[in-house]
Design a binder for this molecule. Structure first.
Ligand code: MLT
Length: 274
């Protein structure tokens, strides 16, 4: 089920289970494939579920030696991850178009994947993500955070980030989910966090491109998502022809982990209509 799969310039750790039409699950920042556990358990009954750790995250090694100072960190770009995913599908001999399902940073990668490899995508499920690029200030905040994490380690991010990721109810009632996310962050090397921040800071704005999307698209947004707000996702939904936006009550940015039943129901209905 879990296997290290060689790709160009490295290998990705990937959870690969079930049979049927393939769904590729792509995690957010700075997490790993286990964030999709509740979806993998359910959809492996009906589909082939493929959930990698992106390069440098989870159990997937970075390309080359880990940087020890910020000057040595090279950005992990969204396009680079998209190329890795295309390589991964080749390595797994997945030639039919996949359903691409992602959260946040995985969604930024998703726009690049669909742009570069349209023939590989049957449908798109984008959770708690957006098409816009960072403005100058947001990009600067990312660069500063990249430098700080190289000095202070992943603990800093594990302490600061969770409050922004969850709905208030999750922080009081679903502490196991909060703890799992903290552990994922702690397990992510500082150099990967820094490289991902630099990569996200330079990601392109995809707003105008959304109107060219020709595959069925489901957008999912936690009602309390503070990072990718309902308003942002409504604006993206309005640009993607024929897309549907489902808002998940009592969820924040980590909707698939916070309210898996509601997210899975939205996914099931969408997949049934393909
Ligand atoms: C994520 O969840 O992947 C991040 O919030 C993405 C970001 O930092 O923009």
């Amino acid at each position: 089920m879990l296997r290290k799969t060689p790709i160009s310039n490295g290998a990705l750790n990937v959870h690969d289970a079930g049979h049927g039409a393939p769904i590729l699950f792509v995690h957010g920042f700075p997490l790993d494939h286990t964030m999709w556990r509740a979806q993998l358990d359910v959809f492996s009954q009906s589909h082939r579920v493929i959930a990698p750790d992106l390069r440098g995250f989870g159990q997937s090694a970075a390309a080359g030696p880990q940087a020890s100072t910020i000057d040595a960190v090279r950005p992990l770009t969204m396009e680079g991850h998209a190329d890795d995913l295309a390589d991964l599908l080749d390595a797994l001999e997945v030639h039919e178009p996949i359903v691409y399902c992602a959260l946040s940073m995985g969604g930024y990668v998703g726009w690049q994947f669909l742009r570069k490899y349209p023939e590989r995508v049957r449908a798109l499920i984008q959770c708690d993500t957006r098409s816009s690029a960072d403005n100058d200030m947001a990009a600067e905040v990312r660069r500063k955070m990249a430098a700080q994490v190289m000095d202070r380690g992943s603990t800093m991010v594990a302490e600061q980030m969770p409050t922004k990721l969850f709905a208030p109810e999750t922080m009081t009632d679903r502490l196991a989910v909060v703890e799992r996310v903290k552990q994922m962050i702690l397990n992510t090397p500082a150099a990967t966090i820094a490289a991902a921040q630099l990569g996200m800071a330079e990601r392109p704005d995809m707003g105008d491109w959304l109107k060219t999307i020709r595959v069925p698209t489901l957008l999912v947004c936690g009602e309390h998502d503070a990072l990718t707000t309902v308003e942002m996702m409504q604006a993206d939904a309005a640009r993607i022809p024929g897309s549907r936006l489902v808002i998940i009550p009592r969820a924040g940015h980590m909707a698939p982990m916070e309210r898996p039943d509601a997210v899975n129901a939205a996914m099931r209905e969408f997949l049934a209509g393909l």
